[in-house]
Design a protein around this ligand. Structure first.
Ligand code: GLC
Length: 612
């Protein structure tokens, strides 16, 4: 049960820092701060008992989510189960995939038609009618918890949909609500912003501002015209968005994904990304969660250049996000697929390896967005690789238009500046399974499936939480039906947001099918991962020199167990020129093997282990 003393204790623990940061950001507005504290108190007092108990048990096991069996899946309720109740019906399937947390794409009320896949929220406290009701969402959360599956929900921090009540009132001319957004009478200030703020989605939504005829004002819309940027310089916005965050926590979410967090603070003359005030807000959100619901994890969506990512963890004394989406690894992996060269991935891993013990990354091959090419171009330049040309190459290769490429993807982004574009497609289609199925070429299919499995093996090798993209676990292909939908046709991200094919799980049990091969391999790898302490979050991880730019070598060591993992990104047989003295066991065959000049088939991998 909630207990006022517990709240006061937790508040007093953070009070000085919270008040200091709040005062610094909001010009010592005492009144607003008092209201903020009342938001925290109300949220704590209305937190359901069962969640309070969960918070308490997690406080005693702060590392509860850092376990090798922690595997996530990301899904749209509408695609997977039709609606929330449909997802409920299929939870046994989810559990059978070894999944321990579900990231449910935003199920909140949002406008009909174009709504950026649910990211144009009009009401956090209501579920979209087509998906069900708030009770259905609570039921789903409960059913997940019964199966020990956690639930992740989004807080879309940067904007609301333009049908949100705040936006509606702003359109009607209410000044208080207009002050929650960036609204201007003319284009003078918007034009000044546009001088330094890059375009986020130039192909579909050029510029950072939109004229709103109803309000007769220019509104800041960094992403899409129907997503209005919130003005966090107004403390009411921060207070009310914190209240929404805590509402989602009290619904039973275990993890809250803070969508597009680097964008939330705007300042003229800057690029309006990653500004220091973003971190102040994030730190205050972290403290709010620690006070109200310490069992909840904050996950940051930081799709940024490599140099701008780590800061979102905060520091040891002043932590911000518990975990971060690792879109850099996603981009690095596909860069290696397209170039058959692992040098960049090695370089990236070197910088992550040191951090991975303290910080949790979510590692995934695909997510609902495109693969944006946030690569370390300073490093690539040293290899003679030039940014624009390279991005063009990656898109051409993964789209499938480069000679010899078997990938099938779609380009998302600016057609006039192709180097600003990213690539869309399911893992299976990008690996060549779609092309192989069309040609009926068995060898091509074998190679494509091997690549798909190897890439999954790679994310299972890394420290952090592997996250599957729903459908990838059974090799689902691209779905081009969005091309016929007027609301979706301009957004190729829908190519990998197709309906889940419910014939696929059955085919997992038919020998020789793609589904059987991929799902079977995943199941074996997950079991191995759980059965070997070397996959522990606390393991030392290093790059193993293979003297072959096509073969990535990773070493892990934990508590007397050592793993060598080798991945051949090349399209022919390759040798990893390693030379390690100990006797090893191949984890898949249980056979003895030597860690000397190891031969790998095209797109093949090996996990071998030794104990001391
Ligand atoms: C995030 C989401 C993306 C969405 C954008 C704007 O980046 O992942 O899907 O388009 O925010 O809300």
């Amino acid at each position: 049960m909630s207990d006022e003393r517990v709240f006061q204790d937790r508040l007093s623990w953070h009070y000085d820092e919270l008040k200091w940061l709040y005062g610094e950001l909001y010009h010592s507005d005492e009144h607003a701060f008092e209201y903020f504290v009342s938001v925290l108190r109300d949220a704590y007092l209305s937190r359901p008992d069962v969640l309070i108990e969960r918070d308490e048990s997690r406080e005693f096991d702060a590392d509860w989510y850092k376990k090798p069996d922690m595997i996530g899946i990301q899904m749209y309720a509408e695609n997977f189960g039709g609606d929330l109740r449909g997802v409920c019906k299929h939870l046994d399937y989810v559990a059978s995939c070894g999944v321990k947390y579900i990231h449910l794409m935003p199920p909140y009320d949002c406008q009909e038609g174009k709504n950026d896949g649910g990211y144009a929220v009009s009401d956090y406290r209501n579920v979209r009618k087509s998906l069900g009701t708030t009770e259905d969402l609570s039921l789903l959360v409960e059913e997940c918890h019964k199966r020990r599956i956690c639930v992740c929900l989004d807080l879309v921090t940067n904007h609301t949909g333009d049908e949100h009540e705040w936006a509606r009132l702003a359109k009607e001319g209410n000044r208080d609500y207009q002050n929650r957004y960036f609204m201007y009478d003319d284009w003078y200030i918007p034009n000044l912003f546009d001088e330094t703020v890059p375009n986020t989605v130039p192909q579909m939504s050029p510029g950072n501002f939109t004229w709103c005829e109803e309000a007769r004002k220019v509104v800041m819309t960094t992403f899409y015209p129907y997503q209005w940027d919130l003005n966090y310089q107004n403390p009411t916005v921060f207070n009310d968005m914190t209240s929404e965050l805590l509402y989602i926590c009290n619904l039973g979410a275990d993890i809250v994904r803070l969508d597009a967090i680097p964008y939330i603070w705007k300042s003229l003359g800057t690029d309006c990304r990653n500004l220091p005030q973003v971190h102040t807000i994030l730190r205050m959100m972290r403290m709010a969660v620690e006070i109200v619901c310490p069992g909840i994890l904050l996950m940051g969506e930081v799709t940024m250049d490599p140099g701008n990512v780590m800061q979102y963890f905060g520091t040891y004394d002043k932590p911000e996000c518990h975990m971060l989406c690792n879109s850099l690894t996603m981009a690095g992996i596909w860069n290696s697929v397209a170039t058959m060269d692992v040098r960049l991935l090695k370089h990236q891993m070197e910088s992550f390896n040191n951090a991975a013990k303290d910080h949790v990354f979510l590692n995934y091959l695909r997510c609902h967005d495109d693969i944006s090419w946030y690569l370390d171009f300073d490093y690539l330049r040293q290899l003679g690789i030039e940014e624009d040309a390279h991005k063009n190459y990656l898109n051409e290769y993964l789209k499938g238009s480069w000679p010899g490429s078997v990938s099938k993807g779609a380009v998302f982004g600016d057609h006039t500046r192709p180097a600003n574009a990213g690539i869309c497609g399911t893992t299976a289609s990008l690996c060549g399974i779609e092309t192989a199925a069309e040609s009926g070429d068995a060898q091509k299919m074998e190679d494509a499936v091997r690549l798909d499995i190897m890439l999954h093996a790679y994310i299972l090798t890394l420290s952090g939480i592997p996250v599957l993209y729903s459908g990838d676990e059974v090799g689902q292909l691209n779905d081009r039906s969005y091309e016929n939908d007027p609301d979706k046709k301009d957004d190729p991200r829908y190519i990998h947001r197709g309906k889940f094919n419910w014939a696929s799980p059955k085919r997992r049990f038919e020998k020789g099918t793609v589904e059987e091969k991929i799902a079977g391999a995943l199941a074996v790898m997950e079991t191995i991962r759980q059965g070997h302490r070397v996959f522990d979050f606390g393991a030392d991880v290093w790059i193993l020199e293979t003297w072959n730019d096509k073969v990535l070598g990773v070493g892990r060591y934990y508590n007397g167990e050592k793993l060598l993992a080798l991945f051949n990104f090349g399209d022919s047989r390759e040798i990893a020129w390693i030379d390690e003295a100990e006797p090893y066991t191949d984890l898949f065959t249980d056979r003895f093997m030597e860690a000397k000049a190891v031969e790998l088939p095209a797109r093949g991998f090996v996990w071998m282990v030794t104990t001391f």
